[in-house]
Structures are given as C-alpha cells and as structure tokens.
Design a protein around this ligand. Structure first.
Ligand code: SAM
Length: 276
C-alpha cells in the first residue's frame, strides 16, 4: 500500500472531507514524519508496520468521534503546543480572545492573576509566557490539575504559575489585580445537545454548570469583589445568549462592566468588568 492510498482510504472511511487535516495529523504522528515529507513520499510504499498499526488504531478512535487532541495528546493554543488528556477540556479558539484581551490589559507591568478553572493551563500558561504576570491557576478536578502541572513544567513556568486545588477561589484570603476564567457555562440542555465528540469524551464538569448554565459565572462574579484589588479586572468567557444575565450579576456585585468582545461568529464571548 502507498502512503497516498492509505490517506485516500482513511478519508473514504471517514466520509467527511473536513477530517482530511486530522488524517494528515494522524499520519504525521503515527509514522513520525512531517506533513511535507508525507506529501513528498506519497507514492512510496508504506514499510513501517508499527507505524501502520498505530495509524489504524488512531484512525478508528477518530472515526469513533474522539477529539483529535486527545488522540495526539496535544493541542495548539495561542501558538504553543499544550499537553491535553481526557481529564481536561480541549482548549478552544474562542478562549484565545480572552487571552488576547487579558494580555492587552496586563501590558508590561507585573500583576497577580487568578485563573479560575485552569484545566490544561491554556490561559494561565500563555499569560505567564507573554506577560510579567504571576498566575495562580486554580482547578477543582485533581486529574485536570495533574495535566496542568505537566504543562507548567513543560514551559519552565514553576516560578510563575502556581497550581492550586480548590473550589473557585483560593482558601487563603488574597487579592489579585486580575481574575480570568473560562468556567463551565453550558446548561444541562446545551450539554445534552452537544455533538458526540464533546458529550462522549470531554469532562462534563468542565462544560456543564447546572440547569441554567450561568451558575458558575454567578458564583465567580459574586466572589470576585472580595478577591480583586481596587481597579482590578475580571475577564470571563461566556456562552451564547448569556450576556444579559451576566450584566445583571455584575451589577448585583457592584462591578462595572467595561467591555464585551464578540467572537469570530459575532457571538458575545468575553466580558471585561472592573472593580471601582
Ligand atoms: C471550560 S473548562 C476551561 C479550561 C481551561 N481554562 C481552558 O480555557 O481551556 C472549565 C474548567 O473549570 C473547572 N472547574 C469546574 N468547576 C470548578 C470549580 N467549582 N472550581 C474550580 N474549577 C472548576 C473544570 O474542571 C474545568 O477544568
């Protein structure tokens, strides 16, 4: 069998053209060759039997709707490669908007930042890499915390990112110049309607907040004034149609809403609020 035949057969099996990039990535990782090398040697016979077995196992997982990131154990986020496992949410492109906004606000100054629900560490790691912030990365799930610690070590950030187990806020009373969070924000109904690739594989506790979907957002906003320095910022990723409810929570907590950033689909996605 030639590499090109292997590729064509995999695409036929998937019956989804949009999987072609994923199949390329599987070939790359299974045979240990770059995409360019694969296309250069596409008309050569596949001689690597171990690679072939690995590829077939991984392809089956992809056809069973498992996210590519879990199969590869890694995901690109904000130009970096983060380790991921089924214990953590696969970092999403929308979250890059929150990171971008946070970096813009942090500028070149030093700041203490709290990332609530850090998961793989996508937000915490990038903030520490691209600014002078010192980040407390808080996570409730212990298996997720283990992945977070691996990413902190992988990027040499042990001095700058502090992993912490907890329920939304650190037990120790401390204040931060910025709090960021991409909390669970799906309602129970949203979760039931999520595509199989999400529902069957990603941790439910990372996605579903409760019957309404805004439960975690409400708790974070209610607790934020007690944890922010005066003038400190709160940046939250929110779900479609949650802006109004979140504005109400902010008002109730005495936080001033500064900005709402829309994502590439035009959905209101990141809320910036400030402690007066
Ligand atoms: C949507 S994921 C975000 C993960 C990561 N920050 C990202 O943006 O890719 C939400 C994360 O919050 C964590 N989480 C859920 N409830 C929590 C709680 N009460 N306290 C702390 N973390 C929580 C979940 O385990 C999950 O890792």
């Amino acid at each position: 069998m030639l590499y090109s035949e292997l590729f064509a057969a995999a695409l036929r099996a998937s019956r989804k053209r949009e999987l072609s990039a994923a199949v390329e990535a599987l070939i790359e990782s299974s045979f240990g060759i770059s995409r360019t090398r694969f296309w250069i040697q596409k008309n050569q016979p596949v001689r690597d039997a171990t690679g072939l077995r690995r590829f077939r196992r991984r392809l089956q997982r992809l056809l069973d709707d498992e996210p590519l990131a879990y199969i590869l154990g890694a995901k690109e986020f904000y130009g970096e490669t983060l380790l991921v496992s089924p214990a953590v949410l696969v970092p999403r492109p929308e979250t890059e908007l929150l990171v971008e906004k946070a970096l813009q606000l942090l500028g070149r100054g030093k700041a203490r930042v709290l990332d609530i629900g850090a998961g793989s560490g996508a937000i915490a790691v990038i903030l520490a890499l691209r600014s002078r912030a010192e980040v407390t990365a808080l996570e409730k799930s212990l298996p997720a915390l283990a992945v977070l610690k691996k990413n902190i070590a992988r990027f040499g950030l042990r001095e700058r990112v502090r992993p912490l187990a907890g329920d939304l806020f650190p037990l120790r009373a401390e204040r931060f110049q910025m709090i960021v969070s991409n909390p669970p924000y799906l309602s129970r109904r949203d979760w039931r309607r999520a595509p199989a690739t999400v529902r069957l594989y990603e941790p439910r506790a990372a996605l579903e907040a409760g019957p309404a979907g805004t439960e975690a957002l409400a708790r974070i906003i209610a607790g934020a004034p007690g944890r922010l320095e005066p003038g400190g910022r709160l940046l939250l990723e929110i779900g479609r149609g949650q802006h109004r409810a979140v504005s109400g929570f902010l008002k109730g907590a005495g936080l001033r809403e500064r900005e709402c950033v829309r994502d590439y689909a035009g959905i209101e996605r990141v809320i910036v609020a400030q402690m007066e």
